[in-house]
Ligand binder design. Structure first.
Ligand code: PHE
Length: 337
C-alpha cells in the first residue's frame, strides 16, 4: 500500500508538470470521490492497527503534496498567461488620444443668439408666436386687408382660408400688444414661410427677427438710436446706418435700413456690389390702425417696429453667397463656424 501511495504521488506530480495538463482533470483523477488516492484510503480498513496511522499519515502527505503541486502549477500558469498578455498588449500612455469631434451650434443659431444677446442687452425680452398662424394676425390686424396688393408680394402658404404658415414674424407684434400693456419692448425670432422657389437668395423657409417697442412718446429717433447701436454691435464700431423711405402697411412712416459696408466702409466693393451700403432690415413707426386693432390708444402711445432676415444678416456677416448652404448640412460648410 505504501508503494501504491508513492506511485500515485509520483505519477500525479509528473502529470501535473507535463505540458498542456488539465489540472482539474488530474485533481479529479487522484483526489476526486472516485479518485485513485481515495480508493486507496478506502482500503485502509484492512490494515493492522499498527500500520493504519502510518499509512494514514503518508496518504495525507501524498494528498497535500498533490494539492500543493496543483496549486503551484496553477499559479505558474496564471503568471505565464499574464506575462503573455502584457507582452502582447502594448499600451503607450504617451500616445496622443483619439480626438472626439465636438459639435457646435448651427451658424444660423449662432447668429440668432448673437442678435438676441444684443437686444436683450438693450432691455428687450424674447416673445414667441406660432408658425401656423391666423390670416387675421399675419395680415388683417397688420392693416393688410383681403385683396390688399401687399398680399401678392408675399406668396403665402395657406392651410385653409383663414389659417396659414406665417409669412413674417410681424404677427407676433399683434399678439404681444394684445396681451401686454405698454411699455412693450420685445424681439421675436423665428421661422417664416413663403412659397418661393429655392435658389441662391430665396428659400420657402427662412428666419426673421422682429422687434417692437411701444410706450408713451416713442419716436423715430428712438428707432434710429436703437438700430444704430444694434448695427455697431453686430457689424463693428465704425458702422453707420441709413434710412431709405419705403412702404409697409403696418408702419407709417416706413423705411428700409442699410448699414455701411463693413468690408469697404462705404467706398464700394464686391460685397456691397459697389453700393457702399447693405440693406439689412425693414422698419417704421407702428401704424395707428395697428395700435388700435390691438386695443392700444394711438393718441396716448406710439411705437416702432423692425424686422430682419436672420439668413440675410448671417450671409452678410460671413460673406456667404448662397442661402441653400444653411439648409444642406454639408459638414465642410458647417465646420467653418
Ligand atoms: N415684416 C416685414 C417683412 O417681412 C418687415 C418689417 C417688420 C417691416 C416690422 C417693418 C416693421 O418684410
Amino acid at each position: 500500500m505504501r508503494e501504491t501511495l508513492e506511485k500515485i504521488r509520483e505519477s500525479a506530480l509528473e502529470q501535473i508538470q507535463s505540458v498542456g495538463a488539465s489540472l482539474e482533470q488530474i485533481r479529479i483523477r487522484y483526489l476526486g470521490k472516485k479518485g485513485e488516492l481515495t480508493a486507496v484510503l478506502r482500503g485502509m480498513g484492512a490494515l493492522s492497527a499498527e500500520e493504519r496511522p502510518k499509512i494514514g499519515e503518508l496518504a495525507n502527505q501524498v494528498r497535500a503534496d498533490i494539492e500543493e503541486a496543483i496549486a503551484a502549477k496553477q499559479r505558474q500558469k496564471e503568471a505565464l498567461a499574464l506575462e503573455k498578455r502584457l507582452k502582447e498588449e502594448k499600451l503607450d500612455v504617451t500616445m496622443p488620444g483619439t480626438p472626439v469631434a465636438a459639435g457646435h451650434l448651427h451658424p444660423l443659431t449662432q447668429v440668432q443668439r448673437q442678435l438676441e444677446d444684443i437686444f436683450i442687452g438693450m432691455g428687450f425680452s424674447i416673445e414667441e408666436g406660432p408658425e401656423v398662424e391666423l390670416d387675421y394676425y399675419n395680415f388683417q390686424a397688420l392693416n393688410i386687408p383681403k385683396n390688399h396688393p401687399a398680399r401678392d408680394t408675399q406668396d403665402t402658404f395657406y392651410i385653409t382660408d383663414s389659417i396659414l404658415l406665417r409669412s413674417q414674424t410681424s404677427p407676433v407684434q399683434v399678439r404681444a400688444m394684445e396681451h401686454r400693456k405698454p411699455p412693450i419692448r420685445i424681439i421675436s425670432p423665428g421661422r417664416v414661410y413663403r412659397s418661393d422657389a429655392l435658389d441662391a437668395t430665396h428659400s420657402p423657409l427662412f428666419h426673421q427677427l422682429e422687434g417692437l417697442v411701444v410706450d408713451r412718446g416713442i419716436t423715430m429717433g428712438d428707432l434710429k438710436g436703437t438700430l444704430e447701436i444694434f448695427a455697431k454691435k453686430m457689424f463693428g464700431e465704425n458702422t453707420r446706418i441709413r434710412f431709405r423711405p419705403h412702404h409697409f402697411p403696418f408702419t407709417e412712416p416706413s423705411a428700409e435700413v442699410d448699414v455701411s459696408c463693413y468690408v469697404c466702409g462705404g467706398k464700394g466693393c464686391r460685397i456691397c456690389k459697389g453700393e457702399g451700403w447693405i440693406e439689412i432690415l425693414g422698419a417704421g413707426m407702428v401704424h395707428p390702425f395697428v395700435l388700435s386693432n390691438c386695443g392700444i390708444d394711438p393718441e396716448v402711445y406710439s411705437g416702432f417696429a423692425f424686422g430682419m432676415g436672420i439668413e440675410r444678416v448671417a450671409m452678410k456677416a460671413y460673406s456667404i453667397d448662397d442661402i441653400r448652404l444653411f439648409y444642406e448640412n454639408d459638414e465642410r460648410f458647417l465646420e467653418q463656424f
